[in-house]
Design a protein around this ligand. Structure first.
Ligand SMILES: Nc1nc2c(ncn2[C@@H]2O[C@H](COP(=O)(O)OP(=O)(O)OP(=O)(O)O)[C@@H](O)[C@H]2O)c(=O)[nH]1
Ligand SMILES: [Mg+2]
Length: 315
């Protein structure tokens, strides 16, 4: 049940325009000069500059170099194809965890209600992503309920209510400073009463300390599990593509603390460093579920590795 975008679809090809024109458009030229030893170095520099990360870049290049050698590839186009194939392979992470989406974007029987917990540091795009998901799912005829678990800032509650109103879905919220656990408990009760299909929980990105934040998220998890032992069915970590390799550090932290099952890479439209997506998949072994391609409700696309790699090399 990959959400179909409401209205005009999210445009991944356009969103990666800066990453493509700044970095990936060079790769064809590098290969077409002939498959000499120097091209690998240039390729390495280009991928690292696009924020693909040193380790991941080295791994990709070693794989492609090996394939070129073993298969005696001499045609630059065939070498480019081998590179693309390897990049797709890096992105195709299927952990079997996260019960809402499979790698192919489909799932036969959804848990009901499906509970999605959304986490990430402040400002990465959590609330916006939730708004977009609410739009997409309600457009599909699903009954969605949002829980305003970020009680740290009053503006956060208002922001979620605003998205809820625009998507025409209910929002369960308490006052600023309230216990997030109580909000989530109420939301789960309301979801049951109103027979909701999907509950999406917003959380704070910032508390007084990082330790407090992780503690709070663990507590939220426990409250959900008291009612639904196999939930949350998906823990989505929202990362900001413009923060490049910094996103990797955040991702490691959250993955260890709350068992992330999928990543949303937001603001892909605002960066030339979209290569970070390869590091995320390779280093964390967590699949990317969606990419954020802008600020409109429809600017969220289910992540398709092959389509993404083709978009990076398009033109
Ligand atoms: N261009 C672009 N902007 C985005 C995208 N996703 C979110 N934003 C913007 O990023 C800013 C922060 O988004 P929020 O959704 O408030 O981020 P948050 O993670 O909820 O932030 P906190 O609640 O402070 O932790 C807003 O101005 C959003 O409009 C995206 O995919 N593309
Ligand atoms: Mg927020």
């Amino acid at each position: 049940m990959a959400p179909a975008a409401a209205g005009e679809a999210a445009d991944v090809e356009h969103a990666v325009e800066r990453t493509r024109s700044t970095w990936f458009s060079r790769i064809g030229g590098i290969f077409r000069r002939g498959l000499s030893e120097e091209i690998w170095e240039e390729l390495e520099e280009t991928l690292i500059a696009a924020d693909t990360g040193v380790e991941t870049t080295i791994r990709i290049i070693a794989d492609v170099k090996e394939r070129v050698k073993v298969e005696r590839i001499s045609d630059p186009e065939a070498a480019i194809q081998a590179l693309k194939d390897d990049m797709v392979r890096v992105l195709e992470v299927d952990t079997g965890r996260g019960q809402i989406w499979h790698a192919n974007g489909q799932r036969e029987a959804l848990p009901r209600p499906a509970i999605i917990l959304v986490v990430g540091v402040n400002g990465t795009g959590k609330t916006t992503t939730i708004g977009k998901l609410a739009h997409a799912y309600s457009t599909q005829g699903k009954k969605v309920l949002l829980a305003a678990g970020d009680t740290f800032r009053a503006a956060a509650i208002e922001q979620l209510k605003h998205w809820g109103a625009s998507a025409g879905v209910d929002v369960v919220a308490h006052q600023q400073g309230a216990d997030p656990g109580a909000v989530i408990f109420d939301a789960l009760v309301a979801a049951e009463k109103r027979d909701a299909d999907i509950v999406i929980i917003d959380t704070a990105g910032r508390l007084h300390t990082k330790v407090n934040l992780m503690e709070e998220l663990r507590k939220v998890n426990r409250i959900i599990q008291r009612k639904y032992p196999d939930a949350p069915h998906e823990v989505l970590l929202v990362l900001d593509a413009t923060s490049g390799q910094n996103a990797m550090h955040q991702a490691k932290y959250f993955t260890e603390a709350v068992g992330v099952t999928g990543v949303v890479l937001a603001k892909l439209d605002g960066t030339a460093k979209g290569g970070v997506i390869f590091s995320i998949c390779d280093q964390l072994q967590v699949p990317v579920r969606f990419v954020g391609t802008g600020e409109r409700p429809q600017d969220l696309a289910p992540f398709e590795p092959r389509e993404f790699v083709e978009a990076l090399f398009a033109g």
